[in-house]
Design a protein around this ligand. Sequence first.
Ligand code: EPZ
Length: 439
Amino acid sequence: MKPNTMNLERLIIQGGTPLCGNVAIYGAKNSALVLMAAAVLGKQDIIVLENTPRLADIEIMADVLRSLGAKVRFTEHHTLEIDPREINKTMAPYELVTKMRASFFVLGPLLARMGEARVSLPGGCAIGSRPVDIHLKGLEAMGATIEIEHGDVIAQADKLVGADIHLNFPSVGATENLMMAASLAEGTTRLYNAAREPEIIDLANFLKAMGAKIEGAGSDTIIIEGVKDLKQPVYYSVMPDRIEAGTFMIAAAITKGDVILERAPVHELESLSVKLREANVMIETIDHQTLRVQGRRPILATDVRTMPHPGFPTDMQAQFAAMMALAHGTSRITETVFENRFMYVDELQRMGANIRIEGNTATIVGQPRLSGAPVQATDLRAAAALVLAGLVADGETIVSNLFYLDRGYEAFEKRLAQLGARTCRISTSAQKSEAIGTY
Ligand code: EPZ
């Protein structure tokens, strides 16, 4: 991506069309990224990841693996092949880690495989300071020495030893980093207060396919029996993306549409579906991977409090707020996971939303309509929320900073257009502006 063009891409949306039809859900970004990092643990054979979404973040993680010596390529549109056998570097480059904080997930596997690892501190982002203390404390408990030098974490361990580790918050990334490191440690590691997100289960299944011994993934206590090495060849399919699926569910509801989601992780959408039904959205489970969402009835206000899984997902908070902006009544949305995840509110207010922030709670007084306006995305899920608002606003909405959207959603506007949305991506470079897409 050329940064200047990247910053100038904008999406024009003509609101008012109910979305109708079928959409297939793609692989989960937040699983694929950590499975790619876990491939660093493999020494003996090629790893194939099916159902890998084509996203900017996936390309960055592929570059991180290549910088360590791995070979990475897409053999088909959604099939990624990783050959980790030639990995011989122990440092993940600063310019890649700062571009995408999930690169930090290579710390644990690299340390476990090479005995040392140098990864730059990911730093904060729009939604919060994003510390990594839980990751580092856990690795130290397994016998690693950790130093911070010139903004890099330098981890060393001649041998990682299994330990009992109590996470002071069920951090997804820390649980994942520690699971991967513990897979090659000597002895047993028990992670207490571990994250329970579905992506943790996907990672555990992937590691077990490589030969790891892991029990309890999906619960708050995960037990990992270290093994000498992970050598099975792996052919694995990434789980469907529950946040992408939830975003399409809200797109159907907010536009009063009728959409069938295929290949959706129905079971993992329970906490969102409960809230959508409270808001009067019709959700029909057709089978374990197919859902029908209809927005025929008026949307009712309902309160939401984001929590670690199995609570309401923080990654759906902004999208749900966009829908509450048009609900009958007043709703309160409380964000308990990140400290600054209401950046999109100012932009929704430009479209006529009535939202007041007090501390970590947004109070939303539903309005009969929103009006299209030029708005700026501030993070990945904020971008999605603004697109959803644009789908239903009167007139034209122009969403800029589209690179945020492209980080988490593959061909999002094209797939919305296939459901009837009127979208058009404008890429304005110095020479020309060309409209890509359809009204
Ligand atoms: C993962 O981020 C996801 N990213 C996030 O998705 C998601 O919002 C988050 O989990 C929570 O579900 C990926 O999987 C790539 P955390 P992660 O560690 O691992 C604090 C998206 O939109 N914390 O569970 O970074 C932290 O500050 C992205 O797809 C510490 O204090 O999240 C935060 O307040 C956004 N110390 C809370 O825990 C630590 O060492 C949750 O963070 C680690 C985390």
